[in-house]
Design a protein around this ligand. Structure first.
Ligand code: KG4
Ligand code: ZN
Length: 333
């Protein structure tokens, strides 16, 4: 029997979840809207809002799961990677909470947790599988041999896919985070209206900074001819940018699947909520004979349920940390 309380605070979501014997019974997420007008997360503001949110979010999770603090078996938390000030709030709270209740502590790598979110609900991928983890800070192709044996086989050399969405949104004067808005406008647009170059990067790695620059120069050039270019073509621009990003992501994923001879394929992270990516992956699965695993929307972007399920498997494995544990803005995979 185990009841694990998990805390996620690596970026701008304060989230607490409860995992009761491997089942998620609460997953409370407090989003921060304060960053909308800045084009990105302001670290100092994020950590202050985490401090305001953490206690009410903990209380709500315990209420939702109908458990008392006395029934908890362990406290899991995101140790990194992420914004140091944001992580510090979750890690400090987890440590004092565990100390006060005399509970063991479980440190979770945020990027592992995005992948392990696939073990919350059925169907679950079979080992070994490949996961394309695409978020605001990371773009990785990961080979997963077991819950604890994961290897990055390809990753971005510069910007993450989420950044490509968010930076494009900024160029288009859309608020942060722009990914979901580009997705929304793309649904009404023509993905072949404008063409952007596909970067030629070796092996299974990615690069998105060139695409961002190409988009910026394209928009500037068009605006010289027509100052209302963005407003008049927003849906087509969004659909074309999304199409380019999805193509880049899936071409390398296909290469990885062929190279490793694996047909169990998953996606994870905030960008896995993108409808264009989800559709294109399904289509590719049909062509390639893959079994694909696409997370439920609530487990794509940052959430503590994924920390809780990762924590649960670490709990079963007896993998605990001491009170001297510190957050890591960069964390070894
Ligand atoms: O995993 P996540 O919540 O946080 C990080 O760990 O970074 O990912 C956030 C990223 C942001 O860049 C956001 O724009 C992107 O995920 N995102 C999307 C969509 N929903 C979230 N990008 C494209 N389409 C979406 N529907
Ligand atoms: Zn994340």
């Amino acid at each position: 029997m185990s009841v694990i309380l998990a805390i996620e605070s690596s970026c701008d979501e304060t989230s607490v979840a409860i995992c009761n014997n491997g089942k998620i019974t609460a997953n409370v997420i407090a989003n921060q809207t304060i960053h909308e007008n800045y084009g990105g997360v302001i670290p100092e503001l994020a950590s202050r809002v985490h401090q305001q949110n953490i206690v009410p979010v903990i209380q709500q999770a315990l209420t939702d799961a109908k458990v008392s603090k006395k029934e908890l078996s362990a406290v899991a938390f995101t140790r990194g990677p992420g914004l140091l000030g944001s992580l510090l709030v979750g890690v400090s709270f987890a440590k004092s909470f565990a100390l006060a209740l005399d509970l063991p502590l479980i440190a979770v790598n945020h990027m592992h947790a995005h992948i392990l979110a696939h073990f919350i609900d059925d169907p679950k991928p079979a080992f070994p599988f490949l996961c394309l983890t695409v978020s605001g800070g990371h773009t990785q192709i990961v080979l997963i041999r077991s819950y604890f044996d994961m290897e990055i086989v390809g990753e971005t050399l510069d910007d993450a896919a989420g950044e490509a969405f968010d930076k494009t949104a900024k160029i288009l004067n859309l608020p942060y985070p722009g990914g979901p808005l580009i997705d929304k406008h793309a649904k009404e647009g023509n993905p072949l209206a404008f063409k952007f170059p596909e970067p030629q990067i070796k092996d299974l790695n990615y690069s998105f900074s060139g695409l961002k620059t190409a988009i910026l120069y394209f928009i500037r050039a068009q605006e010289k001819e027509n100052p209302d270019f963005i407003a008049g073509n927003l849906n087509d621009i969004c659909a074309s940018v999304q199409h380019s990003i999805v193509d880049i992501l899936l071409n390398k994923l296909k290469k990885a699947a062929q190279q490793y001879g694996i047909k169990e394929i998953a996606i994870a992270g905030g960008v896995s909520a993108n409808s264009g990516l989800r559709h294109a992956l399904q289509k590719m699965a049909g062509q390639q004979g893959w079994n694909v695993y696409i997370p439920a929307f609530q487990y794509c972007t940052d959430n503590a349920a994924m920390i809780a399920i990762a924590g649960y498997h670490k709990y079963l494995n007896g993998d605990f940390v001491g009170q001297d544990v510190a957050p890591l803005s960069r964390m070894e995979f």
